[in-house]
Ligand binder design. Sequence first.
Ligand SMILES: NC(=O)c1ccc[n+]([C@@H]2O[C@H](COP(=O)([O-])OP(=O)(O)OC[C@H]3O[C@@H](n4cnc5c(N)ncnc54)[C@H](OP(=O)(O)O)[C@@H]3O)[C@@H](O)[C@H]2O)c1
Length: 220
Amino acid sequence: MKKKAIVLAGTRGIGRAIADGLRDVVEETVVTGRSDLDTSDLEAVKRFAALHPETDVLVLNTGGPPALPFDEITEELWTRYFHQLFLSFVLLLQRVHVRNGGHVILISSFHVREPGPKMALSNSLRLAFISVFKTASKTAMLRNVSFVNIAPGPTRTDRLAELAAKSGRTIEDVADGLPTKRVVDPAEIGAFVRFLVEKDIHAMSGVTIPFDMGIGDFVL
Ligand SMILES: NC(=O)c1ccc[n+]([C@@H]2O[C@H](COP(=O)([O-])OP(=O)(O)OC[C@H]3O[C@@H](n4cnc5c(N)ncnc54)[C@H](OP(=O)(O)O)[C@@H]3O)[C@@H](O)[C@H]2O)c1
């Protein structure tokens, strides 16, 4: 059977780098952007799953939430991002069958290990979903389907440029402020996902892999 990959939020940034990486190793790649599948819209998510009930590679990715002080996060924002970052992905895991020997990749954030002060929406909802992701990995292990959560640090994408611009900075300013003096190249994430699929790596599952160049202070 032809191998198929679904890459959500694959039109730009990290998702696009993953879609580019996978294109030569699967026969069919379905790439969505916000206009094809807004993951805060649960009805759209259900329609998408009905249209794509099976795949070999499922990349769960979406746009990131705004950076806000905790007191400024409204109930409406909590609900919207609960749908966008959590419930949509749960529904997709339940409704899109990943074939035996397949891969499920989640794009989360390095903030799940070290919560950023203005990133409560991101930290909390992603962390909750990672728990579901782990549970699903246990159910699928008998079928040799592997689940890998990639937790990027500051990565050269529109998202980072937009977050930096909020405080009058550029990506280069962000890089200058890091001990590495650089940010992550999204192509490295694309190459890693391609490697997992192309080389049929299944010994790694149910884990979170930081792509933060080593800037995190956690030990494990
Ligand atoms: N870049 C970083 O430094 C960094 C660090 C940690 C975590 N992350 C996380 O990694 C993920 C990808 O970020 P990125 O840096 O690659 O962002 P990006 O370059 O800004 O690209 C965002 C992608 O998400 C799609 N998207 C936006 N809102 C969506 C929605 N409501 N539903 C479905 N798709 C949506 C966009 O589609 P359109 O093209 O149609 O708009 C685009 O494909 C985000 O969750 C982000 O928070 C990024």
